[in-house]
Design a protein. Sequence first.
Length: 289
Amino acid sequence: MTTMNAMAVHEFGPAENLIPTKLDLRDPAPGEVLIRIRAAAVNPADIGMREGRYAWPDPVRMPLVPGYDLAGVVEAGTDAFPPGTAVIGYTAHSQTQIGAYAEYTTLPERLVATAPTKLDWAEAAALPLAGLTAQTALHHLALAPGETLLVNRPGSAVGGFVVELARSRGIEVLTDVGDASGAAVDAALDVTGGATALAAFARVRDGGRYATVVPEFWIPGGQFTPARGIDPVTVFVNEAVGDLAELSRLAEAGTLTPRIAETLPLASAAEAHRRMQRGGALGKLVLLP
Ligand SMILES: NC(=O)c1ccc[n+]([C@@H]2O[C@H](COP(=O)([O-])OP(=O)(O)OC[C@H]3O[C@@H](n4cnc5c(N)ncnc54)[C@H](OP(=O)(O)O)[C@@H]3O)[C@@H](O)[C@H]2O)c1
């Protein structure tokens, strides 16, 4: 069996626990695609994963390769994705424990879409998790054209995609949270948590809609009491609600524009985690195998 290089944790802990690891390459089963990874985005969830704060439904298998997002080239494919096709992929890590911090991965077809030709590898790899989350959040908020949506962290990957998707659907987007005295909005999406989440909630009109993608700040019956006829929703990315192929088409059309802060070699995954935890990066950090 062929082996590949990956960055994996053998024991949960600090960034330096992410170490080079040789792993067996798995042959694709029928309906699966073997992808040579050209770029893997680093997401905030990868930090929790590496530290052991992540809630997988199944017992964790070590060594654990983090990473939800990838762009690459099909090595062994299917009718829909023949060898040589440039693709984006979403590893659905919480269910699969398959990670993208590696030279190769094998994914079922449903987690793969043709890559947009207008993006480079790093930009393409920044689409899946944040894009699927943005689509899932907008699905829950169910806004009609002309309604108003407040997004409290438009500079984040998820927030930025929500702004672009919502505007493309004729929704009026505001990004200045301000205070409760600002104009009331039909809906707010929280991408931050904490005080900014409360400020966004305060701006929603009575009977309006509110969703957060930051479950750490969700206290049922607590800070976001539904007293004003608002029923807050905690959004969890759902690849069956979102649509990878649509994300790719929208990026091709220039509607979705991923922002990249920096690319680093795959072997620098620990450094990428440290940089993300320091904060202040304007865009995604992306690993290049
Ligand atoms: N519910 C879901 O299914 C779902 C899916 C995807 C993302 N999310 C959440 O949505 C938020 C935005 O995600 P994103 O992909 O848009 O982020 P992003 O644009 O990639 O932002 C990354 C930034 O997050 C900040 N950060 C640093 N350490 C962090 C940590 N341990 N956890 C979280 N953020 C950290 C840093 O910025 P600053 O410190 O300078 O702000 C970093 O530059 C995150 O909280 C993420 O966990 C939820």
